[in-house]
Design a protein around this ligand. Structure first.
Ligand code: TXA
Ligand code: MG
Length: 372
């Protein structure tokens, strides 16, 4: 049995029991105030990280699953806990810009300009790595992704740990990223040492990943720092062809796997706003007629026009890409125990955070996209 307890006392020890072949951990669940976090909790969690443990913690984007980023054994634990393919590299999280130099063999001018403007924040820069960065972190690549998060708790935890913290999103590989500690618990309780709950994440989609080793910096993953914001600093940004919708040969290894997927198959409706409702209704009507239990993830404007039997998750108002980003993963997860056979999602315009939202919805759909 796995279980979690709410406690604000540091764990006396990390208990573990052998259950069949699976190592099951007692996951300690800490609740902290996002503005005034209990220092005792952060100190205990930092101690766990230094001992090689796995700690889920909030960031401004999504919850991360942290381990000591210089300890290959601890990092291997992340891959085990998530069921993550070993060739999908991790982001190293630091708490001050100066630490980048210890991880990067060189900091290109593009990276310097981006971090001067957007750190701390939802931006990960890919740079040539220093030899001390373990292969386990980079998946054997000679580059490393580094991020300085804005979240107070994340930065304080990293500072107390005294090491760069490797942290992917704290979900089971392939599932939507967690924007609440309860979502982390659903996926990883019994597989990690601790969860720090500081309420929902503000941004709701992961950091923007920019490869700064190319002559023109390349956007590998759209996220909290928008394409428009990158352009404002860099003047020119290339877009990884994998983002154009064809899952061809992505340069960011993580982009080639199924991602963000709810339990039921998801179809994405991608047209202009007028046609979306029409197409959505047509598809839903067909599915209902075929006897299916149908879920829909839609805007507040579209929700009222859907037939009654449809199980609906509203992600926000049309045009409200920021709100939609913040609600997206919870909406995707909300169908998990509703017994839906199929989910239809309403696409949005690709401006601002809309680019990141559509990237995640396309991947969640496994590129099952319905256009006119
Ligand atoms: O917002 C975020 O970035 C969150 C929070 C916890 O900080 N973390 C996160 O990590 O989303 P993860 O592991 O779920 O996604 C990392 C992405 C993957 O697509 C991975 O392939 C890419 O970054 N990446 C990491 N290192 C890379 C590298 N050296 N070159 C290219 N892509 C890299
Ligand atoms: Mg992830």
């Amino acid at each position: 049995m796995t279980f979690s307890v709410v406690t604000n006392r540091p764990p006396e020890s990390v208990e573990s029991v052998i259950n069949g072949d699976e190592l099951e951990l007692r996951t300690v669940y800490y609740k902290v105030d996002p503005v005034n976090p209990d220092r005792g909790v952060l100190t205990a969690a930092a101690q766990l990280l230094r001992q090689g443990g796995l700690v889920a913690f909030p960031t401004e984007t999504v919850y991360g699953l942290g381990a000591n980023g210089l300890d290959a054994r601890a990092v291997a634990g992340i891959f085990r806990a998530k069921g993550r393919p070993a060739d999908n590299p991790l982001i190293l999280h630091i708490d001050a810009p100066g630490q980048l130099a210890q991880l990067a063999a060189a900091v290109p001018a593009s990276a310097r300009a981006l971090i001067d403007r957007y750190w701390p924040g939802p931006l990960s820069v890919v740079v040539q790595r220093q030899p001390q960065v373990p292969d386990a972190v980079t998946g054997g690549l000679d580059t490393v992704a580094v991020r300085l998060p804005d979240s107070l708790i994340a930065r304080e935890l990293i500072r107390l740990a005294g090491v760069p913290v490797a942290a992917p999103s704290a979900n089971t590989s392939g599932r939507p990223s967690p924007t609440t500690a309860r979502a982390v618990e659903t996926d990883l309780a019994g597989r990690i040492d601790a969860i720090i709950d500081a309420g929902p994440c503000e941004i709701g989609v992961e950091s923007t990943v920019v490869d700064c080793t190319t002559p023109v910096p390349t956007l590998l993953r759209p996220g909290g720092i928008t394409y428009e914001m990158l352009l404002a600093v860099l003047g020119a940004v290339e877009i990884d062809p994998a983002l154009a919708g064809s899952p061809a040969v992505p340069r960011s290894p993580g982009m080639k796997y199924t991602h963000y997927a709810p339990a039921a198959p998801l179809f994405l409706i991608e047209t202009g706003p007028q046609h979306t409702a029409v197409l959505l209704l047509r598809e839903i009507t067909r599915a209902l007629a075929a006897g299916k239990t149908v879920g829909a993830i839609v805007s507040a404007e579209t929700a009222p026009v859907l037939p009654a039997p449809v199980i609906t998750a509203v992600y926000g108002p049309q045009g409200g890409a920021g709100v939609i980003a913040a609600n997206l993963y919870n909406a995707l997860r909300s169908f998990d125990h509703k017994g839906v056979d199929v989910i239809y999602a309403e696409g949005i315009a690709e401006q601002g955070l809309g680019l990141a939202v559509m990237n995640r919805l396309r991947k969640a759909s496994g590129y099952r996209i319905i256009r006119e």
